[in-house]
Design a protein around this ligand. Structure first.
Ligand SMILES: [Zn+2]
Ligand SMILES: [Zn+2]
Length: 73
């Protein structure tokens, strides 16, 4: 017991910075930070950033813009 090291290693995660929730526009799944995903501005209205998870991008699932309703591959 006395040989236990006092090394305390823990990952500090800034929870307050996780306020920006990214949701895949195709499957409505939450994209966790660090996950492979792509983000692009809607080609139709150009005001909304559409997120797409890696899985949907790979499967070429169509997305839908929450602002203008534009659907595209
Ligand atoms: Zn998805
Ligand atoms: Zn749009």
């Amino acid at each position: 017991m006395s040989s236990a090291s006092s090394t305390e290693e823990y990952v500090r995660i800034p929870i307050h910075e996780a306020a920006q929730i990214r949701i895949c526009s195709s499957c409505r799944r939450t994209i966790v930070p660090g996950e492979k995903a792509v983000a692009f501005v809607c080609p139709n209205c150009g005001t909304v950033v559409v997120w797409r998870c890696y899985k949907c991008r790979k499967m070429v699932v169509s997305y839908r813009c929450p602002n203008c309703g534009f659907e595209g591959p």
